[in-house]
Design a protein around this ligand. Structure first.
Ligand code: SF4
Length: 410
């Protein structure tokens, strides 16, 4: 981090558990002694782990391609085989990485390469792109691919939807049996769901400490520390790590230590992170006295519904009541709730060029929320991975103007 923000000490433990996670996958990839499943970030990981698979998440890899700013060199390779520059830049950078056989996983974690899948599983709860992305790999590696079909734009998560998803999860368990070589053990499944829920609860407690004024943690920290909530759900490692992080952030909170030196304004970030510019945003906003205390993104890995006593159905609910799956009124209600809880002074909407699924500034949401709350908003044009869609100069000008509005208002 930088002079204006407080670094998180637990980062060393985070690096260690992420290294262990990737090395275990690498070992299985080399020795072929354990089956590997690829899964979407909000896919049915608990089921996969309960059936003995090690689980690899292409989205985590894609975010690394964004953070390391390799994505722009890789995207054109995917474009060249027909994947448009307008579709998800996670997809295009990840497929580009596959095509030219380059990955930061090798030099970051010392592994031999991308762990090859025995099976590929997605849930299209977040978007259609994951389906295309994962089917590409199923074809390349010649392995089975299974998809959970989730209706999009839903209001209340009703019985009909829950039954529909539950049925698919049960059917998936049967399909996976022939690949894993063993059928699902109910007790193991309950245990994995329980571990997942515990990690989610800890993650939630960490995120909610940002209610404190000054906030002890920022959105930019959560973008980094979300790793275990994504790739290690359903394991003890995630729980151990979040206990450590919770302790550190709570200590800050108890001592009224803010993540930035002087918190004048509290902001909310809606939409995807701009991975290659996390540090720049963190530094720039902290210098302006603006702490980004909460976000749609980090809160999307809270799964309150997970229940070890009812694993299939609770997974169906948890992975369907997500923000991205819902209709506009439900999303608006969520944003209104967050603005109130986190005492937000201004909202940044990231208009991500290649991910309309996580962009909420296209259909009047910012205007409606501002009309209801009086809280000013700013729309930033950018992208999760493709920095050719982002102008730092223009964004700086917009941020300065936004902070001036906040200064006049508060
Ligand atoms: S939700 Fe957006 S960023 Fe995530 S995979 Fe889908 S299109 Fe890509």
């Amino acid at each position: 981090m930088n002079f204006h923000t407080l670094p998180i000490k637990s980062i060393n433990s985070l690096k260690q558990i992420m290294r262990q996670y990737y090395r275990e996958l690498d070992s299985a990839n080399i020795k072929k002694d354990k089956k590997i499943a690829w899964c979407t970030s909000q896919g049915p990981v608990e089921l996969l782990r309960a059936m003995g698979f090690l689980v690899y998440f292409p989205e985590n890899h894609a975010a690394m391609l964004g953070t390391s700013r390799k994505a722009m060199d890789l995207i054109p390779h995917a474009n060249a085989i027909g994947y448009s520059p307008d579709i998800c830049s996670y997809l295009t950078s990840d497929i580009g990485s596959y095509l030219i056989k380059q990955t930061p996983l090798c030099y970051t974690y010392g592994i031999s390469g991308i762990p090859e899948p025995d099976v590929i599983v997605y849930n299209n709860n977040q978007c259609r792109d994951v389906q295309e992305w994962f089917q590409f790999y199923a074809h390349q590696y010649k392995v089975p691919v299974f998809g959970i079909r989730t209706p999009r734009g839903i209001g209340p998560v009703n019985r009909e939807v829950i039954n529909y998803i539950t049925k698919q999860l049960k059917s998936l368990a049967k399909d996976l049996t022939s690949i894993s070589g063993k059928s699902l053990n109910h007790d193991t499944f309950c245990e994995v769901v329980s571990l997942s829920r515990k990690a989610s609860d800890l993650w939630k407690k960490i995120l909610y400490m940002a209610i404190n004024r000054p906030s002890p943690i920022s959105f930019f920290d959560t973008c980094i520390h979300i790793g275990p909530a994504v790739v290690l759900r359903g394991t003890n490692s995630a729980i151990q790590y979040y206990k450590e992080l919770f302790k550190e952030i709570k200590k800050r909170k108890d001592n009224n230590i803010g993540v930035i030196k002087s918190e004048k304004f509290r902001l909310y970030w809606d939409g995807m992170p701009i991975w290659g510019k996390i540090r720049w945003f963190s530094e720039t906003l902290s210098i302006m006295g603006a702490s980004v205390v909460s976000s749609t993104y980090a809160h999307s890995w809270i799964f309150d519904a997970l229940d070890p006593d009812n694993p299939f159905e609770s997974m169906a609910i948890a992975y369907t009541e997500l923000f991205t799956v819902r209709d506009e009124p439900s999303k608006e209600d969520f944003l209104m709730e967050m603005i109130g809880k986190f005492m937000i002074d201004g909202i940044i909407f990231h208009n991500s060029r290649t991910c309309s699924n996580c962009t909420n500034s296209h259909y009047g949401m910012p205007q409606r929320v501002t009309r209801k709350t009086g809280i000013p908003y700013l729309v930033i044009d950018g992208d999760l991975n493709d920095l050719r869609c982002f102008s730092q100069e223009q964004t700086l000008t917009n941020l300065e103007a936004f902070i001036e509005i906040l200064e006049q208002k508060y």
